[in-house]
Ligand binder design. Structure first.
Ligand code: NAP
Length: 272
């Protein structure tokens, strides 16, 4: 558990839900809560928050063993939904209160907002969490140091390299097949996914691996029963190759190019 500057506890491993279809996500969230997850990463743009709310209603409450306040729920506002009037209607009421992440020009600056009750207004508080792409091929070492200096928690999205993305390039590197990670997986009798998640948790980065598969949901949180040696931590960091899997692209003159590269605030060329 990572304690954010607000004092709120943020579990180091959460369940991602992008690409989890409405017919699958409810069961995935139920498996996650049963497996000990207390952090779920959501967004209205994923088109599945109502089903996630149904899972909460089924699993939480007096006599059900899980209290709503024990579960850290993130939601995110799309760039067109930053006006205060647009915040409340974004998320279904059954998510109750949430942590809202504002996606600013693709640079995900997180602002913790509280929605204690359905009708209360949204309070803007100092940013406490920065959600960005990070995994061994995009280690974000400078950005992590920058976050630490500012008491910001870093959350790593697409921690496994997002292999179920629709726009996967056939020649892109496959993170889960990285030999240095496979060697550590063999040594510790763990899977490559567990090594990657352990590496992030051990350096204090929150991860939100997405899965709709019961065995993987369980596997991804079973990372607290082993410790990587300092040298092994460095070995994982060393596979960094500045590779970003989540880059919105458009086709110009028959070529696929970054959609926002000409924007004056395009963030992906900076180390942080
Ligand atoms: P990811 O978590 O890196 O990868 C998900 C994929 O890995 C799925 O295909 C999943 O398969 C598979 N998988 C999960 N556990 C595995 C394991 N133990 N072994 C092998 N394969 C495994 O990708 P992601 O969905 O892009 O990122 C995670 C979450 O981050 C998202 O779901 C979303 O909540 C968040 N996110 C946020 C932003 C943002 O802009 N803020 C952007 C991207 C993602 P199955 O599901 O079939 O099991």
């Amino acid at each position: 558990v990572f304690t954010a500057v607000t004092g709120r506890k943020m579990p180091l491993v959460g369940l991602g839900t992008w690409k989890s279809e409405p017919g699958q996500v409810k069961q995935a969230v139920i498996w996650a809560l049963q497996s000990g997850y207390r952090h779920i990463d959501c967004a209205p743009i994923y088109g599945n928050e109502p089903e996630i709310g149904e899972a909460f209603q089924e699993m939480m409450g007096p006599e059900k063993g899980i209290r709503r306040e024990d579960v850290f729920v993130t939601s995110k506002l799309w760039n067109t939904k930053h006006h205060p009037d647009d915040v409340e209607p974004c998320s279904p009421k059954n998510l109750s209160y949430i942590v809202v992440v504002l996606n600013l020009n693709e640079f995900n600056s997180a602002v913790e907002c509280k929605r204690e009750q359905r009708n209360s207004s949204v309070a803007s508080i100092k940013p406490t969490v920065l959600q960005v792409e990070s995994h061994p091929y995009l280690a974000q070492v400078e950005l992590l140091a920058h976050c630490r200096d500012r008491s910001l928690v870093m959350t790593a999205y697409s921690p496994l390299g997002s292999p179920d993305r629709a726009w996967k390039h056939p020649e892109e590197p496959v993170l889960l097949e990285e030999p240095a990670i496979a060697a550590l997986a063999k040594k510790y009798n763990k899977t490559p996914a567990q090594i990657i998640i352990r590496w992030q948790t051990q350096r204090g980065v929150v991860t939100i691996p997405k899965s709709i598969t019961e065995s993987r949901i369980k596997e991804n949180i079973q990372v607290f029963d082993f410790t990587l040696e300092p040298e092994e931590m460095n070995q994982v960091t060393a596979v960094h190759r500045g590779w970003r899997y989540i880059v919105p692209t458009i086709t110009v003159d028959g070529k696929s190019v970054p959609r926002d590269a000409a924007h004056p605030h395009y963030p992906f060329n900076d180390p942080y």
